[in-house]
Design a protein around this ligand. Structure first.
Ligand code: HEC
Length: 306
């Protein structure tokens, strides 16, 4: 791949080549290297100054998303999924691949705030949270094809992008950061050409393919943040929650936690204050789906004898 074509390219070109890639990678005829990426300084959650191109991208394979710690909707889910992905990638983290989460709210997200956030999510080696000067961040995210996320961040249901790149090869691909982590791990392994990738399974995905609708919803939508009987994760342990809370409240809360919070519901406020950083997302489930997931949670809670 070295010594390929070299043309000066624009952000627009990169962004347009990075179209949705569930179907496959966008192969670049161009090299996106030092000429393309600005070498702006960014600060890690540990307070170290790093340069975007020289220290973070050059010679590396990377997965990059944008986030901000006070985000209510997609980001907590996104970070939780990336934390699962990090576990699936295991030893490759910090060696064969690096994760970068760049805040788009640098005023609030100081290194200290990012550090606390990263700890909350169990971030390990090879994954940096980055802040910096607003202009530098704007430029970096634009060049990385991630700035659109900012415009849609205020709207409901925006899709969170994860840009995966192999810098030396000039290959970049856009993924959804909230995809099933097992699927993402396989996609990334294929894209980066890792050989002999033994399928790795996380506990959440290791179960046999699901039969019951409630279990399916729980595993795919909730287990990234909740356990039933194995303690708190990003959100509270749900064992016994159906006995602890009123059923109608639960159904409403699961369907629209954001609305209950906005209405000043005292339980929603107390939960929100207790579980900092992660927030119960509005997953837009139907009432049928909520009913199915609640009976699953109830059954599991009972089976464990609480
Ligand atoms: C991104 C992480 C995340 C996901 C995904 C998630 N939750 Fe939550 N959930 C939380 C957090 C965090 C709280 C605590 C309240 C807060 O901080 O918003 C919570 C609170 C709850 C509560 C209230 C618990 C109590 O003690 O009263 C219930 C019930 C709940 N979630 C159910 C679900 C169900 C069912 C799903 C899947 C359909 C789900 N959650 C998906 C993070 C999540």
């Amino acid at each position: 791949m070295r010594g390929g074509y070299r043309e000066s390219i624009t952000a627009a070109l990169l962004a347009s080549a990075m179209i949705s890639l569930h179907t496959g990678p966008a192969f670049a005829a161009n090299r996106w290297g030092a000429d393309y990426f600005p070498n702006v300084p960014l600060t890690t959650q540990d307070g170290a100054t790093v340069r975007l191109y020289d220290d973070l991208l050059k010679g590396r394979s990377v997965a990059i998303n944008v986030m901000y710690t006070s985000c209510k909707d997609e980001c907590p889910l996104e970070t939780a999924r990336l934390a699962q992905l990090q576990r699936l990638l295991g030893e490759r983290m910090g060696k064969d691949i690096f994760f970068y989460s760049i805040t788009i709210d640098p005023k609030r997200d100081t290194p200290k705030v990012l550090k606390a956030y990263a700890e909350k999510y169990g971030v390990g080696p090879g994954w940096l949270f980055l802040t910096g000067n607003e202009e530098d961040i704007k430029l970096a995210t634009k060049k990385l094809g991630l700035s659109r996320v900012r415009d849609s961040a205020s709207k409901d249901g925006h899709s969170a992008s994860l840009m995966v790149g192999n810098e030396p090869a000039g290959l970049w691909m856009r993924n959804s950061a909230v995809d099933n982590p097992q699927f993402l791990a396989t996609t990334i392994a294929n894209f980066l050409g890792w050989k002999n990738e033994a399928p790795r399974k996380s506990y959440a995905e290791a179960r046999p393919l699901v039969l019951d609708k409630g279990e399916y919803f729980f595993q795919s939508q909730c287990s990234v943040c909740h356990s039933i009987g194995q303690g708190d994760k990003m959100g509270p342990d749900l064992a016994g929650v159906t006995a602890r809370r009123d059923r109608a409240w639960l159904a409403r809360y699961i369907m629209m936690p954001d609305k209950l919070l906005a209405e000043g519901d005292p339980i929603a406020i107390a939960l929100f204050e207790k579980y900092q950083y992660a927030r119960m997302p509005n997953l837009r489930l139907s009432s049928d789906e909520v009913a199915a997931v609640l009976s699953y949670v109830e059954g599991r809670g009972d089976a464990r004898g609480r």
